[in-house]
Unconditional design. Structure first.
Ligand SMILES: Nc1ncnc2c1ncn2[C@@H]1O[C@H](COP(=O)(O)OP(=O)(O)O)[C@@H](O)[C@H]1O
Ligand SMILES: [Mg+2]
Lengths: 243, 234
């Protein structure tokens, strides 16, 4: 019932049914049931170690739940085209543009289209000048923008971002937030995890609040920050339950 | 003392005048060792990457065996190939014993474990780093092999050079399976052994100098590659 709101505003995209994840005898995610609607951007919040990153990895298919299941509605149960941007960007030992064309190649894009698509993505994220530099000598902010450009070129229906700004300076954070807004504008479904409450307010349509491996609250962003329904969430919003 | 000085000068003259015997021996050495390195790389690079990528029962044993075989004594490699190729051996009908092909096989046996084991180490490091991202891209394990090999390219070039160095400098294996036949299977190392025994020092010294130069070039190459990697990859 926590996600009635999100589910009722538009068609459902992804449903998690009693998803549990155990590792070495520890239950890290417990009985997570929720539905994400096919529009907008969801911010995943919660104290450190709550299981936010694990939940994202399960949704993105990097990890398999110990029990429970995922169901993608639009695509008949199969995962849609999706991409993920990590806290620390993982760059291949190639030029910036080759990092993008590689992702396009493994996705099956025809080789004639790869370069133009990669150039367009690099230009959109202000990386044209560094296109031929080795990706790994770029600054942290540039690498994160390159990770976003790479995701952009893949035209994902769903984009996961796991604390994409936590290692960046203010200017780079602004660039990432603008990029997230751009993705939203072209209809990409955003699911992002952040520690930064003001960033969550700027970018989020709904908030998924996790605590100790459980979903404590799933609410639209406005209500979540103004009047959280649960005690843990209100402590978190007041800044009393940060780590 | 005097005669050895003369031998040194004669050796230099042999090299500079591109003496037929010397050139023949050097070029056969290069052909055999380059072919062996090519074959060992074609087999060892994907093999090493595959062991890095897949988890299977007995994987630990495979790694231990590969690492142990890195130090395989050349004479043992030679003996094994000799037994396989000798007339009574399982591959005797091929008639390869005492041909350059037999020397190639022995050198492949010698350096394949080196190339595979070191490739495994380097690609496994890359894989730890890339695994999540490549999984996110939905790259299959098989498709990850060329990706990892390419992204470890500088380290792997050094590995291949090390393999070539070991192949061209060893004497035991090629001596046993090649037989050091003049004009057929005589390579630099076996020629040095023979000419020294015979007391023909100029040819032995000339070949020794070329071998030394080769090893120096290999090391210079490895150094330049690692400098280039630092510059290009950060
Ligand atoms: N690969 C892993 N192996 C073991 N435990 C893990 C692993 N990844 C995360 N955990 C544990 O799972 C819990 C949730 O982690 P995580 O999802 O990273 O939290 P966060 O909400 O901070 O992103 C933590 O207690 C963490 O120690
Ligand atoms: Mg996390």
């Amino acid at each position: 019932m926590n996600d009635m709101h999100a589910a009722s505003t538009s068609a459902p995209l992804l449903t998690l049914d009693k998803v549990t994840f155990r590792h070495r005898g520890q239950t890290l995610l417990q009985n997570i049931s929720l539905t994400l609607s096919s529009q907008g951007s969801t911010i995943v919040m919660g104290p450190n170690g709550a299981g936010k990153s694990l939940l994202m990895r399960i949704c993105h298919g990097l990890l398999t739940p110990t029990s429970g299941r995922l169901h993608w509605h639009d695509t008949g149960g199969r995962p849609p085209r999706q991409a993920m941007v990590f806290q620390r960007p993982v760059m291949l030992r190639r030029s910036a543009i080759a990092n993008v064309t590689y992702a396009l190649a493994v996705q099956g894009t025809c080789w004639r289209d790869r370069k133009p698509l990669a150039r367009e993505a690099l230009e959109r994220f202000g990386l044209t000048d560094v296109a031929h530099r080795p990706a790994r000598v770029l600054s942290g902010g540039e690498q994160q923008r390159l990770a976003l450009a790479r995701a952009w070129a893949l035209r994902p229906a769903v984009l996961f971002l796991d604390e994409p700004t936590s290692a960046l300076d203010p200017a780079a954070i602004k660039a990432v937030e603008d990029a997230v807004t751009d993705f939203g504008r072209v209809g990409t479904r955003i699911i992002m995890n952040t520690h930064d409450i003001s960033q969550a307010k700027r970018l989020g349509d709904d908030v998924l609040f996790l605590c100790q491996g459980r979903v404590v609250e799933h609410n639209n962003a406005e209500s979540f920050f103004l009047a959280p329904r649960t005690r843990d969430a209100s402590a978190f919003v007041r800044g009393e339950l940060v780590w | 003392m005097l005669s050895e000085d003369n031998a040194f000068i004669t050796a230099l003259q042999l090299i500079l005048s591109l003496d037929q015997t010397l050139v023949g021996i050097v070029s056969l050495s290069m052909q055999v060792s380059l072919t062996a390195v090519l074959i060992a790389s074609v087999l060892g690079l994907p093999l090493g990457a595959a062991v890095a990528l897949w988890r299977f029962p007995g994987r630990g044993l495979v790694i231990v065996v590969l690492n142990a075989f890195m130090g395989l004594p050349p004479v043992v490699a030679g003996l094994v190939v000799y037994l396989l190729l000798s007339r009574a051996g399982p591959l005797g009908e091929l008639g390869l014993l005492f041909t350059p092909s037999a020397m190639v096989i022995a050198q492949v046996l010698l350096i394949l474990p080196i190339i595979a084991a070191l490739t495994r180490q380097h690609t496994e490091e890359r894989w730890e780093e890339y695994r999540e991202q490549l999984t996110s891209f939905r790259v299959s394990r098989l498709r990850s092999i060329p990706t990892l090999l390419w992204d470890a390219r500088f380290a792997l070039m050094t590995v291949i050079l090390a393999g070539f160095g070991r192949a061209s400098a060893e004497v035991g294996a090629v001596m046993i399976v090649g037989g050091n036949i003049d004009g057929v299977t005589r390579v630099m190392t076996t020629a040095i052994v023979l000419e020294t025994n015979k007391g023909d020092l100029p040819l032995a010294l000339g070949l020794g100098l070329i071998l030394l130069l080769l090893v120096a070039l290999i090391n210079a190459g490895a150094f330049l590659i690692s400098e280039e990697a630092k510059r290009r990859l950060g």
